[in-house]
Design a protein around this ligand. Structure first.
Ligand SMILES: Nc1ncnc2c1ncn2[C@@H]1O[C@H](COP(=O)(O)OP(=O)(O)O)[C@@H](O)[C@H]1O
Ligand SMILES: [Mg+2]
Length: 245
């Protein structure tokens, strides 16, 4: 799997006369086949960062190298191919098409990529079984629980077998147990399929699965620790008695 190396990323949103600087020179590197978690307060630039790596938005300046290619230099067409072939995106609110069944949602990205009917069917079977949703395949999203919808969201992101999975607060709408199952699924995607995964999350259990955890404050990376260190810090905090100050 290819590494992703981000240098001096800057994003300025201009709306009318006002400007918002969402990223102020963000540097980071993500090793292929690992899980990077990103944490940080609301409005610090997490979604902006993910959207740029996903090829959904362009930065104002800076570079994003995937392997040897700088995607910032891509034409619009190349960026479409990047989105279709290289990345799968998992959203907080699942982003399923409400009129399609679970199976049809999983099949949709493959239809858009013009795969043949037989391989679409086989791949959908494989993915529904991977996320444990074979039994619920004929249901529409509103007949599924949040956790089930997110598992379909993950299967959909995996449809065209992209090397990178980008997830923006994927457990934000889920209860604690269901959120844990979804995190465990990301761990399998790394361990068994070698995916490179970037997860924006507020869930401290991410320390149990992530290889490293970065903090973004005000559009810059302010710290990075390994998953193990983060997990140890979380346990430490849970053990220390509440302060009475
Ligand atoms: N499309 C946009 N137009 C203008 N400002 C935006 C846009 N998207 C995000 N912002 C602003 O950029 C900053 C970073 O936003 P975002 O990346 O969504 O943060 P986070 O995901 O960490 O909450 C915020 O101040 C936000 O209001
Ligand atoms: Mg966000």
């Amino acid at each position: 799997m290819e590494d992703i190396v981000v240098k001096d990323l800057i994003k300025v949103y201009k709306t009318g006369k006002s400007e918002v600087i969402a990223l102020r020179g963000l540097d980071c590197s993500i090793k292929g086949g690992t899980i990077l978690a990103i944490m940080g307060p609301s409005g610090c630039g997490k979604t902006t960062f993910l959207n740029i790596i996903a090829g959904l938005d362009r930065p104002t300046a800076g570079s994003v190298k995937v392997g040897t290619e700088n995607i910032v230099d891509y034409t619009d067409e190349e960026l479409v191919r990047h989105r279709r072939d290289r990345v799968g995106i998992v959203f907080q609110f699942f982003n399923l098409v409400p009129t399609l069944t679970a199976r049809e949602n999983v099949e949709l990205p493959m239809r858009l990529a013009r795969k043949d009917a037989k391989s679409i069917r086989a791949r959908a079977d494989e993915l529904l079984s991977l996320v444990g949703m074979e039994e619920r395949a004929k249901h529409k999203p509103d007949e599924l629980s949040g956790g089930e919808q997110q598992r379909i969201g993950i299967a959909t992101a995996l449809a065209n077998d992209p090397p990178m999975i980008l997830a923006d607060e994927p457990t934000g709408e889920l209860d604690s147990d269901t959120g844990h199952q979804v995190l465990a699924l990301f761990r399998r995607l790394r361990d068994e399929y070698g995916k490179t995964i970037v997860i924006v999350t507020h869930d401290h259990r991410i320390g149990q699965i992530a290889d490293s955890i970065m903090t973004i404050v005000d559009g810059r990376i302010t710290g990075e620790v390994s998953g193990e260190e983060f997990h140890a810090m979380t346990l430490e905090k849970a053990r220390s008695p509440p302060s009475h100050s």
